[in-house]
Design a protein around this ligand. Structure first.
Ligand SMILES: Nc1nc2c(ncn2[C@@H]2O[C@H](COP(=O)(O)OP(=O)(O)O)[C@@H](O)[C@H]2O)c(=O)[nH]1
Ligand SMILES: [Mg+2]
Ligand SMILES: [Zn+2]
Length: 372
């Protein structure tokens, strides 16, 4: 009898220990950075860089660095470095997918990150860019757009360093997050195949900005193919065979809206393009004041004027199937404001709608970032 009791006790203890262990694992998963925001390696590939002290004998920041090898060359390490405390914060990783190789991604990244500086507070959240090399690089690009009226040069085809921001909900009980936004060169989804490691890393993010290129109306079919191929690969990469399971949220950005009247043919379409821009400007609050209903209104306007835009009709049906009705949205933006074809003639550069896709992607990822 006592032996039986002993065995039963042992079984209960082992079961409790296993349950506790599983709970702790789940908690750990949920509450900390699971993978490197740059290369996707498991977060245990991070090691401390904190053995040295600076010249005044003070310890360096307690930084950690990812030593994952990111190409076929063993010396090419990821090297993404962050302060150690950021390991304990849950991360969201977003990236852009360009329909062409010059769809306006880098200009948007520069406009959006600059607009958030030094921090930006909305009704629901506060957003604060974290200092990094990429943040400084985007800052310089933005200064050169504003002051020299010159656009950035083409993005290198390599694994991009993300720029990061801390997002704090304004309600006390919600969870803080860090968001990493990666500016991948448009060539990666346009030219590369599944064997390519950069393309595979791009497929591993938590949410996407699709960038439709307005200036390539004649290349609509090619742009659609890039997006369709990406969606097929995304589904395969996640192992989602069943059509009922939804893909991660997708913000479809039309980033050069100021250019629209010059991209369409004939006086009738030009007048329609002017009306479309006017309707979008009249559609309600945007950027730090934006709301879910204003975002929905602009999405509906893009559908109403879909004949002016490449890819909109094709993507609308496809994304409803892939992401569900609320899992994607069209975002008209003017990354450099309403300047049209001549940036040098612009008196002032005021971005329009550049924060909206970021806030919406946060919202669609489960953070209450938008008021109704
Ligand atoms: N008018 C206008 N042109 C833009 C805008 N954004 C980008 N462009 C043009 O598109 C080109 C490519 O932009 P970029 O952001 O580098 O594209 P990426 O290759 O997708 O990163 C720029 O050099 C500009 O000529 C915009 O908001 N308005
Ligand atoms: Mg670029
Ligand atoms: Zn890494």
């Amino acid at each position: 009898m006592s032996v039986l009791l002993l065995i039963a006790g042992a079984v209960v203890i082992v079961a409790c220990a296993a349950a506790l262990n599983a709970y702790m694992q789940r908690r750990k998963q949920r509450f900390r950075m699971a993978v490197c925001p740059k290369c996707g390696a498991a977060s245990d590939s991070f090691v401390s860089t904190n053995e040295s002290t600076d010249f005044e004998g003070l310890p360096h920041h307690d930084d950690i660095c990812c030593w994952n090898v990111i190409s076929e060359y063993s010396f090419e390490e990821c090297s993404f470095t962050v302060p150690r405390w950021q390991l304990e914060v849950p991360w969201l990783r977003f990236a852009g997918v360009g329909g062409t190789c010059s769809a306006g991604q880098t200009v948007w990244n520069a406009a959006c990150s600059s607009r958030l500086r030094p921090f930006l507070t909305t009704e629901q959240v506060s957003l604060e860019p974290l200092p990094s090399g990429m943040q400084e690089h985007l800052q310089r690009s933005w200064c050169s757009i504003q002051e020299n009226k010159s656009f950035p040069t083409a993005t290198h085809i390599h694994l991009p360093e993300p720029w990061c921001l801390a997002v704090r909900p304004r309600t006390r009980h919600s969870l803080r997050r860090i968001v990493a936004v990666s500016d991948f060169a448009g060539e990666i989804p346009n030219w590369q195949t599944l064997e390519d490691h950069l393309y595979r890393i791009l497929l591993d993010k938590d949410g996407y900005f699709f960038f439709i290129d307005l200036q390539r109306l004649t290349e609509e079919q090619r742009q659609l193919e890039v997006f369709h191929r990406f969606l097929v690969n995304l589904r395969a990469n996640r192992g989602l065979r069943n059509r009922d399971s939804r893909l991660s949220p997708i913000a479809v950005c039309i980033s050069k809206l100021d250019f629209l009247p010059e991209c369409v043919d004939g006086p009738e379409n030009t007048a329609r393009a002017d009306r479309c821009i006017q309707d979008i400007q009249d559609s309600g609050p945007a950027d730090e004041a934006t709301t879910l209903s204003a975002i929905r209104r602009r999405h509906e306007l893009i559908l109403k004027y879909s004949s002016l835009f490449p890819c909109v009709k094709g993507l609308n049906g496809r994304l409803q199937d892939e992401c569900g009705k609320d899992g994607f949205m069209f975002f008209p933006m003017a990354s450099v404001g309403w300047v049209g074809s001549d940036l040098s003639a612009a008196a002032a550069i005021r971005p329009y709608g550049v924060i909206d896709p970021l806030l919406w992607l946060l919202h669609a990822s489960g953070m209450k970032a938008l008021p109704p």
